[in-house]
Ligand binder design. Structure first.
Ligand SMILES: [Zn+2]
Ligand SMILES: [Zn+2]
Length: 386
């Protein structure tokens, strides 16, 4: 959702007469504390006359609007991603003392082998245990901030790619939660003071900076974009590590890839989850690229559209991505079913998700594997990037 603009004194930015013609470029930009406001004019003559002075502010406002919209789209995609690849087993949720207690159990030792097989199909997302939409958002984002930073890395990169900005990763300890979502594992309330991963978006043009926090609903904050200074003052207790460069092989994405390749047999279940997430995140990006190609547009263009067109195209994009992810997960489920049948008949399973046997997935095979998965799922647009 876009931040609503506060009611403006509708006076012409040029001659101060009553006005109702909005500058279409900067219209609908969220208004921040610095009080730079989108321009309104009484006539096109005034707009033309005012352009030389309005131009630089207009550019700045439009960029700001695009950052907020990019955050908006990315958050919707992250919610979808989490819902499709929901890798928690939630037994129940209790709402008491103003907190949300999530009774989950992800411990691999808890599950015998056959149950582990069932585990590599994610979800289903426990909609019925959530009372309100906010609960659903909290559950999708709970303990998932590093997933947002790692698995949406390439998608975030793509969405912000055409904008003149620098992205960095930050590890922080958060404060001022508006809600508490707490894990209960085997009856024990999780009391760890967890860190939180976020992304800093700094515009090259004027140094304006924002925080992109896709997993903040677990703390009761639902806006993906916050002005950097506000976020640091009101939401950060301390920094855990220095800012990390958000490049292709840096930060959490690299950590996650290394963990997936880990040969530690105890981490088999974790590797399955990581691998499935990795494949689905590739699909997410693939799906976006296919949409761009089919519609003959780009995310960058979408972000700059007038509000009505933006909302329509965004809706179409998200529906497309949602359908593709749903299709992918269905495919995985079918494969797992097939695999279980083979195994119960004493035959070798065909699934490779669990990374068993000869070392599982290494870098080169992973690319092939994603290609095969895409092909078998019928997702073979001409754009293909891994
Ligand atoms: Zn005027
Ligand atoms: Zn303007």
């Amino acid at each position: 959702m876009e931040t609503t603009t506060k009611p403006q004194a509708q006076l012409c930015a040029h001659c101060q007469k009553p006005a109702n013609l909005h500058c279409t470029r900067c219209k609908d930009t969220p208004i921040l504390a610095d009080d730079i406001q989108p321009a309104v004019y009484c006539s096109s003559e005034c707009q033309r006359a005012s352009w030389p002075t309005h131009k630089s502010i207009c550019k700045r406002l439009k960029m700001r609007k695009m950052v907020y919209r990019a955050g908006d789209i990315l958050q919707e995609m992250f919610y979808m991603f989490r819902e499709h690849v929901f890798n928690k087993r939630v037994f129940k949720i209790e709402y008491k003392e103003g907190k949300m207690f999530i009774f989950d159990d992800q411990k691999p030792e808890r599950f015998p082998d056959d149950e582990m097989m069932a585990c590599h199909v994610p979800g289903p997302f426990p909609h019925s245990m959530c009372k309100a939409d906010e609960d659903r958002k909290a559950l999708r984002t709970h303990m998932a901030c590093s997933d947002a930073v790692a698995y949406l890395h390439e998608v975030v990169d793509h969405v912000f790619g055409g904008m003149p900005c620098v992205l960095t990763e930050l590890d922080i300890k958060p404060k001022n939660h508006k809600r508490e979502a707490v894990s209960v594992m085997r009856g024990v309330v999780d009391a760890i003071d967890h860190q939180h991963n976020i992304i800093k978006v700094k515009l090259r043009s004027n140094g304006e900076a924002f925080i992109l926090d896709l997993a903040s609903a677990q703390y009761g904050y639902y806006e993906p974009i916050t002005v950097w200074t506000d976020y640091m003052q009101n939401r950060v207790r301390c920094l855990v590590a220095r800012e990390k460069k958000y490049d292709e092989w840096g930060g959490l994405l690299k950590d996650y890839r290394e963990r997936e390749l880990s040969r530690d047999p105890k981490e088999v279940w974790l590797r399955m989850v990581l691998h499935l997430n990795g494949v689905i995140s590739q699909l997410l990006k693939h799906s976006i690229l296919c949409w761009e190609e089919a519609v003959g547009t780009s995310i960058l263009k979408l972000l700059g559209l007038p509000k009505h067109q933006y909302e329509m195209q965004k809706k179409a994009l998200l529906a497309e991505v949602d359908a593709d992810l749903g299709h992918a997960i269905k495919w995985v489920e079918d494969q797992c079913e097939e695999d279980k049948k083979l195994r119960s008949a004493g035959l070798e399973g065909s699934m490779k998700w669990e990374g068993e046997g000869a070392g599982g997935v290494d870098g080169a095979n992973e690319v092939d594997e994603v290609k095969i998965v895409l092909k078998e799922m019928g997702l073979t647009g001409s754009v293909f990037v891994v």
